[in-house]
Structure formats: C-alpha cells, structure tokens
Ligand binder design. Sequence first.
Ligand SMILES: CC(C)(COP(=O)(O)OP(=O)(O)OC[C@H]1O[C@@H](n2cnc3c(N)ncnc32)[C@H](O)[C@@H]1OP(=O)(O)O)[C@@H](O)C(=O)NCCC(=O)NCCS
Length: 183
Amino acid sequence: MSPTAGDDERFVESRLGARQDPGLILRPMVASDLKPVRCLLAGCYRWLEEQERWGDEALKEMLQCRASIETIQAAAHSQRWMIATIAEQTVGVVAVDRHEIARLYVDPAQHRRGIGARLFKTALELISEAGYGEAILGSNESALPFYRAMGMTITAQKPYGLSAFAGHTVYLMAGPASGQPDH
Ligand SMILES: CC(C)(COP(=O)(O)OP(=O)(O)OC[C@H]1O[C@@H](n2cnc3c(N)ncnc32)[C@H](O)[C@@H]1OP(=O)(O)O)[C@@H](O)C(=O)NCCC(=O)NCCS
C-alpha cells in the first residue's frame, strides 16, 4: 500500500497516458490517504442513503463499519485501492479484489464529470493485468445506469447480506475485463 512518490508518478503517467484531464490524478492509495478516503466514503454513504432510502440503522452500519479507517486498512491488505484527486482533494476511490470491483465511489459534488469512468477503466486494467478476462461486481440500484454505460450486464440479483438492509437488492454484474468503456 505504500509505493514511493516516484512509483506514483510513473503509475499516473502509464495509466493516463496523454493526461486528457491534467487536473485529475489517479494513483494507488497510501497510508496518508486513509483519513481523506474515510471522509469521502462517509459523504458517499450519506448521499447513497438518500438515493436508496436505506434508513438510519443501515447508514449507521455503513459509517461505522464500511467507512472506518480499520476496515479500509484491513481491506487494503488484500485489495488494490486507487484514488482520484483533483487539486490534492480526494474525489474518488476504487478497490479491486482479484477480478472483483469491490468498491467504486465518487464525491457526489463531482458526479458526471467522468471520474467514475476513469476509475472503472483503471480497475479493468488492474483486473486484466492480473490475468482475468472478466470483471465482476455487486451494484446497488442507483449505480446500475453507470455500470450499464460501462458495459456491465446483470447476471443475478440477491438481497443484501446485512440485516439492516432488509428489502434492498444487490445486482451482480459482469463484463469483459479487457473491454474499454467509451469514456
Ligand atoms: C456510480 C458512480 C461511481 C458514477 O461516478 P461518476 O463519476 O458520476 O460517473 P461518470 O461521470 O464517469 O459517468 C459515466 C457515464 O455513466 C453514466 N451515468 C453515470 N451516472 C449516471 C446516472 N446517475 N444516471 C444515468 N447514467 C449515469 C452516463 O452514461 C455517464 O456518461 P455521461 O455523463 O457522459 O452521460 C457515482 O454515481 C457514485 O459514486 N455513486 C455512489 C456510489 C455507488 O453507488 N457506487 C457503486 C457501488 S455498488
């Protein structure tokens, strides 16, 4: 989780090539990103709760468990976490676990600026480089239009595993790891 600054720069150059958007930087998460990532996830979960109407108990669970520094730190041991920054502000994050996109979040104030698509594309590259031909993920309802735009299709659906989310559905999706979305 802690590449050197030089590694980060090389990674950004290789991922973004000509850097169509010089303000947006994608790089691996490092230890000093944990707090900003936690704040980003907390803001995203609050926003998502309004979209998906999870209710207070589910939001509390997300904030206390999924958005905690300890959970992020533990997940980062086995997953590849990439963050997106603009002017040193953390505006997005993606986590890849083997061939699964385990998390993908963009600051609600920055939606529809192509940041999610860039993170998604980077995740596909990591999955493809790891030797997988297919990417999978679990989506909530409000993110379905985004993932469809990224070329993913629904393969199954199931209830959320956590009791606080009773009545909510997870959409399992899959798509080619080598396919590049049009964004
Ligand atoms: C899903 C999410 C990551 C998308 O990030 P984003 O940066 O806003 O997405 P982009 O700007 O890259 O969108 C790319 C394309 O996806 C589609 N898209 C994205 N959001 C959409 C929406 N709300 N409705 C319809 N289409 C959408 C569009 O085709 C868009 O291209 P366009 O803006 O040129 O029309 C973001 O909404 C988010 O963080 N949501 C909350 C967290 C979440 O639900 N994550 C998924 C976990 S399961």
